[in-house]
Design a protein around this ligand. Structure first.
Ligand code: M3L
Ligand code: AKG
Ligand code: FE2
Length: 410
């Protein structure tokens, strides 16, 4: 069976090539009438309304149009919630009258209800408009790109008191997937305070704030002095933690540097050089798990999903789940797909391991690192001596919420 069919069956995945486009391909079969106004023109085709506005040709399904009526009876603009019961719309509905003025399209529905759509709103919210708009602005980096960008760290005092400092910090975080705050008092409490300026803390099986040394207090290699290869954390959660915060409170010894690698940069190289590998990594479901059997800590967490998570409508990677330590048995695909998946995994691993992609930093007391755990992989060098690391995970929705509230695109 060709891979794409195996994958479609596995995930109910509708690829752009095999599904969505062919669904839309029938729109021009019937005769239609065209209507013009100075700034736009539109046509009521049998199965959609075609709108040409600002140089963009858009197609709107009639049920979609009825469903997106923003009149007071259909939509509560105080709460920004829909009032209209979508299930009450006749699925064969067509407007009985239509007209445009300079800024609006007006449709009258068979029951007499009139909907006014702002044309700019339609352009912004159309499928075609979304396809054209820029994806989340981000700068894919290797060590050289990141270092030459000389991205400034935020300063603790300013960070806590000035929204502009927080905004710059979040802007850098969104662009690069990592950001630093300096001058933070080297305590767990101050680390908690600095993270709460950004988001809510995500409590997990490791606690709310954690503070650990190499005492093997938990059944995981993180709690040793061993080196850790690049990875993302909590790959064994159905929704891996969005952000990880690290603050090294003390280290009396050698080694222990932190490794950071931009997973999206590596994924992009795989896509450019070997799209078939990208396709496998973004569609083959892979299981990760965390099994802990200590007397105080018994846990079994399982997360299943592809290594590269992409939005199906534009193929944009939004999350990488990569942890070779915690990857579990592969039993979700047949052996021929397994063979090709290992090839793809090797290609991605080679990219992630390129020396020029490795950014090494030594975390020092006072310097707090925020890592986008959906994008940037972290690791560490082995070390000697007492090393104490504290931090926490953050809920991604709340970090993005803060960014949006400051006017950033997130
Ligand atoms: C120590 N700290 C709580 C930060 C994380 C421990 C998680 C380690 C696990 N192997 C993973 O990669 O998810
Ligand atoms: O010790 C470190 O620097 C990081 C260990 C690690 O990967 C983690 O805690 O998630
Ligand atoms: Fe980790």
């Amino acid at each position: 069976m060709p891979l794409i069919r195996v994958l479609n069956r596995l995930r109910g995945f509708v690829s752009r090539k095999h599904g969505l486009e062919s669904l839309g391909a029938q729109s021009h079969r019937f005769q239609h009438t065209a209507t013009h106004s100075s700034s736009c023109n539109y046509q009521l085709l049998p199965d959609c309304l075609e709108l040409n506005y600002g140089g963009l040709v858009m197609h709107f399904d009639y049920v979609w149009l009825r469903d997106h009526c923003r009149s007071a009876s259909c939509y509560n603009s105080k709460t920004n919630q829909r009032n209209l019961d979508t299930a009450s719309i006749d699925l064969t509905i067509r407007p009985s009258k239509s007209r445009v003025d300079e800024h609006n399209l007006f449709l009258t529905w068979p029951d007499g209800h009139v909907t006014r759509y702002n044309l700019a709103w339609l352009a912004q919210n159309s499928y075609e408009g979304q396809m054209r708009s820029a994806i989340q602005p981000r700068i894919l980096w290797n060590a050289h790109i990141y270092s030459s960008a000389k991205v400034p760290a935020a300063n603790w005092d300013k960070f806590m008191s000035c929204d502009e400092e927080l905004k710059n910090f979040l802007n850098n975080f969104l662009l690069y997937g990592i950001a630093f705050v300096e001058g933070v008092p080297p305590t767990l409490e101050a680390t908690e305070t600095v993270t709460q300026r950004v988001s809510l803390i995500r409590e997990t099986i490791y606690g709310r704030m954690w503070n650990f040394t190499s005492d093997f207090s938990r059944g995981d290699t993180a709690y040793t002095k061993l080196a850790l290869d690049r990875h993302t954390d909590t790959s064994y959660f159905q929704e891996p933690c969005g952000i990880q915060v690290f603050h090294c409170l003390r280290h009396e010894g050698t080694g222990g540097r932190t490794l950071l690698v931009d997973g999206f940069h590596a994924a992009d190289t795989v896509l450019q050089q070997t799209p078939e590998n990208f396709q496998l990594l973004s569609h083959v479901p892979i299981k990760h798990d965390y099994v802990e059997n200590l007397s105080d800590h018994r846990n079994h967490m399982i997360g299943i999903g592809p290594v590269l998570n992409v939005y199906p409508w534009n193929n944009e990677v939004y999350m990488i789940r990569y942890n070779n330590y915690d990857r579990s048995v592969i039993n979700t695909v047949p052996h021929d797909v397994v063979r090709r998946w290992y090839v793809a995994h090797r290609k991605l691993t080679a990219e992630l391991r390129r020396a020029d992609n490795e950014l090494w930093v030594k975390l020092k007391p006072g310097k707090v690192l925020f890592v986008d755990n959906w994008r940037v992989l972290h690791g560490r060098e082995s070390f000697t001596g007492l090393r104490q690391l504290c931090g926490c995970y953050l809920t991604r929705d709340d970090v993005l919420n803060t960014a949006r509230s400051l006017g950033l695109q997130a």
